[in-house]
Each structure stands twice: as structure tokens, then as C-alpha cells.
Design a protein around this ligand. Structure first.
Ligand code: SF4
Length: 457
């Protein structure tokens, strides 16, 4: 791609986007990094696998338990893998529940009950401050009126919340009717993260979303009117998406009062490969997604959103407590199939559905395995956490990489337009990631690790 192609890409939205700024960003970064092959940031267990088996992981956690009795808070992530339909583009770990759904749900909730008892038996979570309970999936609301209250009751009984604990859940707009919103409201939920993906009707049809964009907006507006903190997922790289439609989506969602936006690019994995193939996306040029991301960052910043994670833009009300737990030094207790969490410097992960059901008991939380951070990974963890949070500080870098390497790295990132000085009232030496930085946060983490390894040798 060159400057002319970028002009052409934004020709329909000229005047709404500062195309020259995007071109400058692109030219600043393209020789040092492959824009169409950016790496996604991965947790330690995904980078180098799980070193301990499930039973070993549980023994380790039990042996470490005194370390978890600290003053830091913790959050809970709980995975519900069910959806009414399996969307063709989706690479989440979820599956469609059709017949016999009641029996399947019963079985899964029973396994979750057992898992909660196992964690409860450690005796440490009763005293610690629970910052947030985040239900993800899948579609947690798919549990419906019959099962949702049971799950929340079990969570409250095993992990006592406090008045400040935020109850949040992910859902899809087709699940959001008045009855469901009222139920969740009654149960204490206040934050809703909705997988909107796109409001453009042609793009929505291509991902088999039946509701029109206009209808989705109405539902979100209703939830916001009821006092919910609402954030949305949008995906760039869908078939039939247009630059004009993308900007309109951001504006329309902001106008109805959406509090936060998570911007993703379409990821092709074994779970959605067929969809990608049918739509000619297997070899699609990811540079266009980079351009969508650049446009989103410009537009959202003009609309008054600030970056609270490398890919999340928020207004004041959207604290996004689950995704920001590492920044607060909290642990994450993950529950349910494929959920992964971290206690201190020990990562653990749950297995896929069948194994989870088969192995979970009241004495064993059905773990697949675990892995402890190395000393070096602990050393660079604050830098990785900062980058994922969309920022980096000079003093933080110097503490880990030394002054010379830090200065070199900062200079390189500035030249590649990946960081800017943080705005006032931040002090000198504080930087925020630009759209380039957010796009290449995986590469920035690799650079920190590689420089750090040399420095610590
Ligand atoms: S996009 Fe959401 S609703 Fe669709 S299959 Fe994935 S998790 Fe389920």
C-alpha cells in the first residue's frame, strides 16, 4: 500500500478523516514493521504452553495459597460457552445449543457449582475485595430467566461481593429484551458489553446477524436509558464493510451514549476458517484493517473517548474493570471451560467442555494445567501490563531495561509514531500509545522482552 491507495481508501470519507495524518503514520511505521502481519499480544501460557498438568496446577495453587491472602483485590471471569446460534465469523469458544438445552445447561451449571466449591475450599476469597464479576462467552444471557439467577446466587454464596463490586456481562443484542434487562438489573448487573460488530446491514447479513443495525441501536439506547454502562465490540475486516459505514457506526453509537468501544480485527482461526474462505478473506490484505483502526482512533478521540486499553476507548463511566485488572495488581479467578486466570505469578487454564465436565469435582476445579512466570517474565510484567493498558513510562522502562536501552527504544517508538507524550496533567516521561502503537502492541512487547533479555544477561 502507498499514500495514493490510502487516499483512495478514504476517498468517500474525505473531510471526516485526517487522511494525511494516517498516511504519515503509515509511512513512519511501514519499513520497521509489517503492517499486514501484526502480532497479537499473547498471555504467557499461549506463548510457551502449560508446564504443569491440571492436578499439578491445583497442588501448586493449594501450596501457594498463603500468597493469595493479600490486600489486593481480585476479579472473577466466568465463561458460558452457549449461544442460540453459532455466528459464522465467530472465533470464540462457544457452541450452539438447540435441543435438550435444559439438560445441557443443568449439567454445566452443576460443574460450575462444584468448581466454585473447590475454590471456596481454599478459604482465601472470602476476605479479599472482589472488584468485578464478569460473565463472558458465548452468550451468558442465553441461560435465561430460569438459570441465570441460580448462577448469580452461587457466585454470591461462594465469593462474597461488596457494595462496590461491579457485575458485568457480555451479550448479543438479539438477547436483550426488556424482561432480560430487568432481570439482570434485579440481580445487580450494571455493565453490559454487547457484541455489535457492525451496524452496516450488508455486513451484518454476511455474518448472519438477523437484526438490522437500526434495531440494535434502539435496544442499546433502551439499556443506556435504564442506566446501564454499555460498551460494544466492533470488528473491522468484515465482508461488505465500508469506510463511511465504519465512521457512521462509531458516530451513531456515540450519539446514543455508548460508554466504551473495543475495536478488533477479524481473526481467522480454525473456528471461522470456512467463513473466511467463502468470503475470500483468507488472503485478505490486513492493511485495510489497520486503516479502519486508524480511522476509529481518530474518530473516537474526537468524540471524547480516551484509550483505556490498547484496543478499548472509554468515556468516564466505563471503568472496564475486568480487562484492566492487571493494572490494579489484582488476581483473576477464572471459572468454567477454557477460562484462564492468574493468581500471583501463576497462570492456570481450564480445558475444553467435555474434559471440564468430566474432571470437575468439589475438590478439584477441573483445571487443564498451569504455568508459573519465570523470574524474567516477572521482571518485564509491569512493562507488558503498561503497554496493554495503552501507555508506557520512561521510568518504568529504565527500571527494567536501563537508561541507554530505554532511551533507544523510546526514540525508535517516537520515530515510528507509536507513542506520544501523555497529555497534561501527566508528568514528563509518560507516554500513551498512538494508533500505530496499539496496532503493534504485540511487537512492542516482543521488543521489551528482547531488549530486557540482553540487559539482564
Ligand atoms: S459472536 Fe457472540 S453470539 Fe455469535 S457465536 Fe460468537 S459468542 Fe455467540
Amino acid at each position: 500500500m502507498d499514500a495514493q491507495s490510502i487516499q483512495a481508501f478514504f476517498s468517500t470519507v474525505a473531510g471526516q478523516i485526517d487522511t494525511q495524518a494516517v498516511i504519515e503514520n503509515y509511512l513512519a511505521v511501514k519499513d520497521a514493521y509489517a503492517v499486514d502481519k501484526r502480532k497479537l499480544p499473547l498471555p504467557v501460557w499461549a506463548r510457551r504452553g502449560l508446564s504443569d498438568s491440571g492436578p499439578q496446577a491445583w497442588r501448586t495453587i493449594q501450596a501457594d495459597v498463603s500468597h493469595y491472602q493479600n490486600e489486593n483485590g481480585y476479579c472473577i471471569y466466568l465463561h458460558i460457552p452457549f449461544c442460540k446460534e453459532k455466528c459464522v465469523f465467530c472465533d470464540c469458544y462457544s457452541f450452539r445449543l438447540a435441543n435438550h438445552s435444559a439438560a445441557v445447561i443443568e449439567k454445566y451449571l452443576s460443574a460450575l457449582d462444584l468448581e466454585m466449591q473447590a475454590w471456596n475450599g481454599l478459604g482465601v476469597f472470602q476476605e479479599r475485595r472482589l472488584s468485578t464479576v464478569h460473565l463472558g462467552g458465548g452468550t451468558p444471557t442465553f441461560l435465561g430467566m430460569q438459570y441465570f439467577p441460580r448462577l448469580v446466587k452461587a457466585l454470591r454464596a461462594n465469593f462474597p461481593p461488596n457494595a462496590q463490586t461491579e457485575w458485568a456481562l457480555e451479550s448479543t443484542s438479539s438477547e436483550l429484551d426488556e424482561e432480560m434487562l430487568a432481570l439482570m438489573d434485579d440481580l445487580g448487573f450494571t455493565r453490559l458489553h454487547v457484541g455489535v460488530q457492525s451496524l452496516e446491514d450488508r455486513a451484518r447479513q454476511s455474518i448472519t446477524r438477523r437484526e438490522t443495525g437500526a434495531n440494535v441501536l434502539k435496544k442499546l439506547e433502551k439499556a443506556i436509558g435504564m442506566g446501564w454502562v454499555v460498551s460494544v465490540d466492533l470488528i473491522c475486516g468484515l465482508p461488505h464493510q465500508t469506510a463511511q459505514g465504519w465512521l457512521d457506526d462509531l458516530t451513531r453509537l456515540a450519539q446514543i451514549g455508548v460508554d466504551g468501544f473495543s475495536i478488533y480485527e477479524l481473526q481467522v482461526t480454525s473456528r471461522n476458517r470456512r467463513f473466511a474462505q467463502i468470503n475470500g478473506l483468507l488472503d485478505a490484505d490486513r492493511t485495510e484493517r489497520y486503516l479502519y483502526f486508524q480511522a476509529a482512533e481518530q474518530q473516537l478521540s474526537q468524540l471524547g473517548y480516551h484509550k483505556s486499553l490498547f484496543n478499548h476507548f472509554a468515556r468516564e463511566r466505563d471503568a472496564n474493570l475486568y480487562f484492566t485488572f492487571p493494572e490494579r495488581g489484582e488476581d483473576c479467578l477464572a471459572l468454567g471451560t477454557i477460562a484462564d486466570g492468574i493468581l500471583g505469578d501463576y497462570h492456570f487454564r481450564h480445558p475444553e467442555y467435555k474434559q471440564y465436565l468430566d474432571t470437575t469435582t468439589a475438590l478439584f476445579p477441573g483445571l487443564q494445567g498451569g504455568v508459573r512466570h519465570t523470574q524474567f517474565e516477572n521482571l518485564i510484567r509491569p512493562l507488558e501490563t503498561a503497554l496493554l493498558s495503552g501507555k508506557i513510562s520512561q521510568s518504568g522502562l529504565i527500571a527494567v531495561l536501563g537508561p541507554a536501552s530505554s532511551a533507544e527504544l523510546l526514540e525508535h517508538w517516537k520515530n515510528a509514531k507509536m507513542i506520544n507524550e501523555a497529555p497534561a496533567p501527566s508528568s514528563a516521561g509518560q507516554f500513551v500509545l498512538t494508533a500505530n502503537g496499539s496496532w503493534f502492541v504485540g511487537e512492542m512487547m516482543d521488543q521489551v522482552a528482547s531488549v530486557g533479555r540482553n540487559f539482564s544477561l
